[in-house]
Write a protein that binds this ligand. Structure first.
Ligand code: ADP
Ligand code: MG
Length: 395
């Protein structure tokens, strides 16, 4: 999987349709409360504009359900984008139609226009070929820089690539290059650290990674189900009884494929799911019936951290405990620190895990933070993402 990037194609004088992810959080008055996603797209936009492309930006925002609803207009985003670029950004009234077509046709080299929310049309999510062809009709070239929506085959993320040549923007390319290499041809030892609330959310990820990694570390709420599968009592911890036999199967699969599987040997347990309740460190053999495991214990955290230190590639998805509450954040903090100290390739994916490393201030020390929650999970599951598959491969 090696996609052609925007540095490798001629763009001067070309109308370039760029699918970005401007699905930013807004308050009731449509003030942008976090512009991280807009900032993340700036390198691709700036590069294209400076190279003399006519830049046509498209995104979805929220769920307007196929109808025009100005609550989900991208107009406020065009204003913020213009401020960030220190450059004029035209705002279109729609994303297709004669008026937009004319506006796109009048663009001069280096000018930028933002189309209105593509989800104002049902045809976007239906991946309607006629609609995709109309979007493609605005431009000469298609660039996708919205990895976060690449797991959806929509008109602006997949269909459009059937009509004009399609390439990867900088963000997209980084996601695909780094995560793709880790999954296809990793520097070893290769370790995956999987956590989070439930096994059921990550079965496919665990199954896929089991055939690739040297070492699989399991923490968080889902570890309880694995501990049960090994015959331990986990008290009133979050555990999925209907997944115990599957967990046993996965343990067997790890053993058969020579993967070293590590589970917590101690946990931080409490009687209530609350930040203000007394808690204690216990061995996994000694969890009381009225106790729940809410974090991995210090002994587990140290042995996980040691394994991470010696890895050449680490993929981490899912916190080690209920890190939102300070008494149960230490395990996740220890893993975040180990990732930051690791000299290998370090990758973090998953909404909560990314929030955790950002909160802990180690994001800059990691090789890659995957921005697409659902998309990176599907990537880790080994699925082919339609928005990635649609982009041109290198010869
Ligand atoms: P990500 O978004 O990184 O993929 P998940 O959504 O799978 O992660 O899981 C994150 C959630 O798991 C967090 O809200 C965290 O509180 C919860 N969690 C982690 N460990 C436990 C535990 N031992 N018991 C209950 N919930 C847990
Ligand atoms: Mg989550």
């Amino acid at each position: 999987m090696n996609k052609v990037g925007i540095e490798e194609i001629p763009v001067e004088g070309k109308r370039v349709f760029v699918r970005v992810d401007f699905n930013v959080p807004m308050d009731e008055q449509q003030n942008i409360t976090d512009d991280t996603r807009i900032r993340a797209a700036l390198p691709t936009i700036t590069f294209l504009a400076e190279k003399g492309a006519k830049v046509i930006l498209a995104s979805h925002l929220g769920r307007p359900k196929g109808k025009v609803n100005l609550k989900y207009s991208l107009a406020p985003i065009s204003i913020r984008l213009a401020q960030l670029l220190n450059k004029e950004v035209l705002m279109a009234k729609d994303c297709i139609g004669p008026e937009v077509q004319a506006q796109a046709g009048r663009l001069k080299n280096g000018e930028i226009i933002l189309l209105e929310n593509v989800r104002f049309h049902n045809e976007e999510e239906e991946n309607d070929p006629k609609f995709a062809e109309k979007l493609a009709g605005l431009a000469d070239v298609y660039v996708n820089d919205a990895f976060g929506t690449a797991h959806r085959a929509h008109a602006s993320t997949e269909g459009i690539a059937g009509y004009i040549p399609a390439y990867a923007g900088f963000l997209m390319k980084k996601e695909v290059d780094i995560m793709g290499k880790a999954l296809e041809n990793p520097a070893r030892p290769f370790i995956a650290v999987i956590g989070g609330a439930k096994v059921s959310d990550k079965i496919a990820v665990i199954e896929n990674l089991l055939s690739k990694v040297d070492n699989l570390i399991i923490g968080g709420g889902m570890a309880n189900t694995f501990l049960k599968a090994q015959g331990y009592e986990v008290g009133s911890s979050l555990a999925e009884n209907d997944k115990v036999s599957l967990a046993r199967e996965l343990l067997g699969k790890a053993q058969n494929s020579g993967v070293k599987l590590m589970l917590p040997t101690d946990v931080v347990a409490a009687r209530e799911f609350s930040a203000n309740t007394p808690s204690r460190v216990v061995k996994v053999t000694e969890i009381q019936t009225d106790e729940q495991a809410l974090d991995i214990g210090p002994e587990s955290a140290e042995s996980f951290a040691e394994a991470i230190h010696s890895a050449m590639t680490v993929i981490w998805n899912g916190p080690m405990g209920v890190f939102e509450m300070a008494p149960f954040a230490k395990g996740t903090e220890r893993i975040a620190r180990a990732m930051a100290e690791c000299h290998g390739v370090t990758i973090v994916g998953g909404g909560d895990s990314v929030a955790a490393v950002e909160k802990m201030g180690v994001a800059e020390k990691l090789t890659h933070i995957s921005t697409g929650g659902g998309a990176s999970l599907e990537f880790l599951e080994g699925k082919i993402l339609p928005g990635v598959a649609a982009l041109q491969d290198k010869e």
